[in-house]
Design a binder for this molecule. Structure first.
Ligand code: HT7
Ligand code: ZN
Length: 844
């Protein structure tokens, strides 16, 4: 496979003035007729006329009306063209019904739909399929289906056809077409400058009851982007379509967002509180792309974080404003540590702006998205809120309609603030998670904090340079009062000292408040200090972090020293749970434990080979001890948080349910699931139904309820995903693989559907002790299915290969078993470019 390098970027030799496409839809033989106006690009030197095109059957090609015979390869075609403006015409035939890769034009339940990012448009017609080639598009769809949609505004329609005009120049990856029997949930929004926008959320018949929440989320997002970023919507219609077969969450096509149905359809009966929150965030994310991604796009795919990091940052701000800012920040830190840190500290580590790739689909990663967003958060923290707003205004003004780079992005900040951001830029170029270690000194009323930073070598980057790390610090006095308010220390050297003078007593520091940088903090504080912060810190993130560190410390001691659960942790937790001034959602978060995979990473960092079973036992023991320790409080926590009012998926109600569910889970450890069975019998929403069922399964019960759940929900694909996932997630370590394997034989295991595949296989991988059983059966089962899925859907297969990325943490036996499976996948004849790249990077 060819490697593509950032340093080799050159502009395309031609500009595109307009694109006209006609689709004659037919499941196995859709005809796509294109008429494209090209002219030489004065800024380019290379005039090779190469158009991308894959799996296309070319019927006819012409330049300025004259039929030509281009040179065709598996990647595209080359033709000789005039050194002046010309019109390219082509007719191709494609086979959407047999497109199982879900890239290009494909069919899902009889509906035609597209997915063009990153390089799917080349499977629709011949085109310079690169993000820096932008053009207006006119699309005519001929098809015997009631709903025919494309980008932009509708311009005309008749029986069996519709025409759409998108006036905003866009790259081909934002092209979309949908055709099918769909039902609209309508809505309306008036922009602040008075444009009336028609909104529609299109669903399949039967899903009408699940579209109201998404529509409201869209309106809130439109309003928020006007209020906070001054960004208005720029077309007369905005369409969202729900599709069952989809490789990722959703896609921001101009004026026609396409969503995985799991990321948009919701009802209280079928969706959990977490589903609602995720849907609200994804709708916002895709909508926000209209400015950060669509109006201003990426010059090339190496700049992917330019749109993704910024848009994740914006959707996080939105969620913080709609819900609870501290809770959102804690969720984001948990997710970053669970997903991005393992990536950044393993064989798949890559910079936020990578320098090379073989398959761009493999770079839609947590590093590009979530670390990319963290980098923007740090920039905002360093320059301040006002300068951030000014820089963003300049970015939108200056670059509207352009395809940009990270250099363009940083330049607007340098110009607005006068700051030199060359060292900050290392966040984009240097991979790996920086580790910040802390040393303290106290003498004569002066508290001295010495912070050091280092980043371990990562693939292709042996030597690391110091980065600019904003470390937010506050100091607490002996009675718990804050004696120094939060100050952002700028750590720019390998080691740096900061002094706080005039203090009456040695303070307790609260370091990295608000998780001000995506780093690993190494601070040998005592458990007494952590308990002190847990009791007194006014920074909600660090208060939660203190509890988390106590939990991690006690778990690690239980694993390595056979210690018993520590009183500091259990007592601290008890007082937090008793504190009714604290938000229930926040108290629920306090009850969380580090994941077993995180504990494995922490042990590995200490030079100890993790034993998944020992980790599992410690987590179980601590949970049991916690249940006993807070036992008296559980009935109150559970009952007070049962909501009487009609179900609302808002922050307040869902926070109460989260605490209630956490209490129920602990109760089930003491009563063997009696309360959970009662709750299951009375559950009137999916959050309650699923929580109580999971408590029952964990208690080794719930067979009857599981069967009843199946009978109740077998008609609902999204709920059935939960049914599959739950059984594998809740299985004990020894039965996980057997449970998963049996479920692969279930008639409803429709493995070609990415949601169903991920529900089962993702849960297998997420069940840490089950997946890592010493016989290697978990590894073999996953590999079998990856090998089977690869020819059908390489994108989803390749993403799931990352399940093996942490393999070098484990003992020699497990390593050998995993290596065997990785080799087996690598040696599969005809393995996709996607999976080949992933497996070879993981093997190193
Ligand atoms: N920009 C999109 C990324 C994407 C994607 C979406 C669905 C299917 C395949 C895809 N490949 C890339 C989604 C987003 O970040 O908003
Ligand atoms: Zn995005």
């Amino acid at each position: 496979p060819t490697t593509i390098y950032l340093k080799d970027y050159t502009p395309f030799g031609y500009l595109v003035d307009s694109v006209h496409l006609t689709f004659d839809l037919a499941p196995n033989a859709t005809r796509v007729t294109s008429r494209i106006k090209f002219r030489p690009n004065p800024e380019a030197t290379d005039r090779t006329f190469f158009l991308h095109g894959e799996e296309l059957n070319l019927i006819r090609a012409a330049i300025d009306g004259e039929v030509i015979t281009p040179e065709i390869t598996a990647e595209g075609l080359t033709a000789t063209v005039p050194d002046a403006p010309f019109i390219w015409e082509a007719v191709v035939e494609i086979d959407p019904a047999n497109n199982t890769a879900l890239e290009g034009l494909y069919m899902s339940n009889g509906m035609y739909c597209t997915q063009c990012e990153a390089e799917g448009f080349r499977k629709i017609t011949y085109y310079p399929d690169r993000p820096d080639v932008m053009s207006t598009f006119t699309v005519r769809i001929n098809g015997d289906l009631p709903v025919l949609l494309s980008n932009g505004n509708p311009s005309d329609k008749g029986e069996g056809w519709a025409e759409w005009v998108d006036p905003w120049p866009k790259p081909a990856y934002l092209f979309a077409l949908v055709a099918g029997e769909l039902i609209a949930h309508p809505g309306q929004f008036t922009t602040k400058s008075g444009r009336d926008v028609e909104l529609n959320l299109w669903v399949r018949p039967g899903d009408e009851g699940k579209s109201a929440f998404g529509m409201e989320a869209l309106k809130k997002s439109m309003k928020w982007d006007e209020d906070v970023y001054g960004r208005e919507y720029d077309l007369d219609v905005f369409n969202i379509v729900a599709v069952d077969d989809f490789n990722m969450g959703a896609m921001e096509n101009k004026g026609l967002n396409i969503f995985n149905s799991s990321a948009v359809l919701a009802s209280p009966e079928t969706s959990t509180d977490a589903n609602f929150e995720r849907i609200e965030a994804i709708i916002a994310h895709e909508y926000f792309h209209n400015w950060t991604g669509n109006r201003i796009t990426c010059r090339d795919w190496f700049q992917l974080c330019l749109k993704e990091g910024l848009t994740v940052f914006r959707d996080a701000q939105f969620t913080s404003d709609m819900r609870s800012a501290p809770v959102k920040r804690i969720h984001d830190a948990i997710d970053l540590r669970a997903r991005q840190f393992p990536e950044d500290n393993g064989p798949l580590s890559h910079p936020v702006r990578p320098e090379s790739f073989q398959e761009i689909n493999n770079f839609y990663t947590s590093t590009i998205y979530e670390k990319g967003a963290e980098v923007i958060g740090m920039l905002k923290c360093l320059v301040g809120d006002e300068a951030y707003s000014e820089a963003l205004d300049l970015y939108f003004d200056r670059h509207d309609g352009q395809a940009c780079t990270i250099e363009d992005w940083l330049q607007v900040f340098e110009e607005t603030t006068g700051r030199d951001l060359s060292q900050f830029k290392r966040w984009y170029n240097q991979s790996g998670t920086p580790r910040v270690s802390v040393a303290e000194d106290w003498a004569d009323g002066t508290y001295t904090l010495t912070l050091s930073q280092r980043t371990e070598p990562t693939p292709g980057q042996e030597d690391k340079q110091p980065q600019v790390i904003p470390v937010a610090v506050g100091l607490l006095g002996p009675n718990g009062d804050e004696v120094r308010v939060t100050k952002v220390l700028e750590l720019t050297e390998a080691e740096q000292t900061f002094k706080f003078t005039g203090l009456a007593a040695k303070p307790v520091p609260s370091i990295l408040r608000g998780f001000s940088a995506p780093v690993i903090l190494e601070h040998d504080s005592t458990n007494a200090e952590r308990a002190f912060l847990l009791a007194h810190d006014i920074d909600p993130f660090n208060r939660w972090q203190a509890g988390r560190s106590l939990a991690e410390d006690t778990l690690l001691r239980m694993i390595t020293e056979e210690a018993t659960p520590e009183a500091d942790y259990l007592d601290g937790l008890l007082s937090v749970l008793r504190d009714e001034t604290l938000d229930p959602a926040y108290r629920a978060l306090m009850l969380g434990l580090p994941t077993q995979s995180e504990l494995a990473a922490a042990l590995h960092d200490k030079g100890i080979t993790p034993d998944p079973m020992a980790i599992w036992r410690a987590a179980e023991t601590l949970r049991q001890a916690t249940a006993q320790h807070v036992q008296d409080l559980l009935p109150r926590l559970h009952s007070e948080t049962l909501v009487d009012a009609p179900y609302q998926p808002d922050a307040e109600q869902s926070g109460k349910r989260a605490l209630g569910s956490a209490a129920l889970a602990l109760t089930s450890r003491l009563d063997g699931g009696i309360k959970a069975a009662e709750e299951y019998a009375h559950a009137n929403n999916m959050t309650q139904q699923l929580t109580s069922l999971s408590c029952l399964l964990r208690a080794g019960k719930g067979e009857a309820e599981l069967a009843a759940f199946y009978d109740q929900w077998q008609h609902d694909r999204l709920v059935m995903d939960k049914w599959f996932a739950l059984q594998v997630s809740m299985a004990g370590p020894e039965t996980t693989v057997e449970t998963a394997s049996k479920l692969t034989e279930h008639p409803d295991f429709n493995w070609k559907n990415p949601n169903r595949f991920r529900a089962l296989m993702g849960s297998l991988v997420g069940n840490h002790a089950g997946f890592h059983q010493t016989d290697g059966a978990g590894y073999a089962l996953l590999a079998d299915w990856l090998i089977r899925l690869d020819p059908v859907n390489p994108q989803t297969t390749a993403r799931m290969c990352s399940a093996f990325q942490t393999w070098k943490r484990y003992d020699a036996n497990r390593q050998a078993l995993i290596r065997k499976q990785l080799n087996r996948i690598a040696e599969t004849p005809g393995l996709s470019r996607d999976s080949t790249e992933m497996v070879s990077r993981i093997l190193g």
